[in-house]
Design a protein around this ligand. Structure first.
Ligand code: C5P
Length: 220
């Protein structure tokens, strides 16, 4: 049957990437983590000491960046100009600043068009903040995945092996990122009108995945 595109949006730590990866695996689709792309640009800019509001410098930088998402044995790797930055893009420095860079028009334009190209042949599960609203407004399935702020912080906390920040700090960091992502001018985090809203508080990953697969089957 025909392949479809699936958009999964929602606030930080809602479990989007885990769920999107599993849904893609079950359908034999390609998983695309758009947050990783914003993180990769942020890391590259930070290394060159380019601030989030230096639009011209960011534009020049983007011209020189080649971002690749590679499917490996242990999940997805992110390459920037051939360098594996998979671990570096998850650092606290990147996490704390990525939402400022993600507000830049130049960055959003370049990444959104890359993302549309990646989805052009259908059969992708893409997770992010603006996929259902801006990047793929025609996606056949749109999910807005959320959970309470405390639960999202707690899940992230359990994932961390070196507890470099406390649970309270983590919750504050997530809340701040959500605030910035929701309030920005261009393509803010907002639920698409036609999105299926899934509050995963109290649900297991398996239940969330099964729910989304059920929804996809109705469109296949
Ligand atoms: O998904 P993740 O938490 O890795 O995303 C990191 C940041 O990248 C988000 O907080 C947001 O600022 C930005 N982002 C975005 N649009 C997307 C995906 C991520 O603005 N589609």
């Amino acid at each position: 049957c025909d392949r479809i595109n699936i958009a999964i949006d929602g606030p930080a730590g809602a479990g989007k990437s885990t769920v999107a990866r599993l849904v893609a695996g079950q359908l034999g689709y390609i998983y695309i983590d758009t947050g990783a792309m914003y993180r990769a640009v942020t890391l590259s800019a930070q290394r060159l000491a380019i601030a989030a509001d230096q639009d011209e410098a960011l534009s020049l930088l983007l011209d020189k960046l080649e971002i690749a998402l590679i499917r490996g044995e242990e999940g997805q790797s992110v390459l920037v100009n051939g360098e594996d930055v998979t671990a570096d893009i998850r650092s606290l420095e990147v996490t704390r600043e990525v939402s400022y860079y993600a507000a830049s028009q130049s960055i959003r334009e370049v990444l959104a068009s890359l993302q549309r190209e990646m989805a052009a042949r259908k059969g992708v599960v893409m997770d992010g903040r603006d996929i259902g609203t801006h990047v793929l407004p025609d996606a056949e399935v749109k999910v807005f995945l959320t959970a309470s702020a405390r639960e999202r912080a707690l899940r992230r906390y359990k994932e961390m092996n070196n507890h470099e920040i406390s649970l309270d700090e983590l919750e504050a960091e997530i809340a701040k990122r959500d605030y910035l992502d929701t309030k920005r001018e261009i393509a803010p985090l907002i639920q698409a009108e036609d999105a299926y809203v899934l509050d995963s508080s109290g649900m297991t990953i398996e239940e969330v995945v099964a729910d989304i697969i059920r929804l996809c089957r109705t469109k296949l």
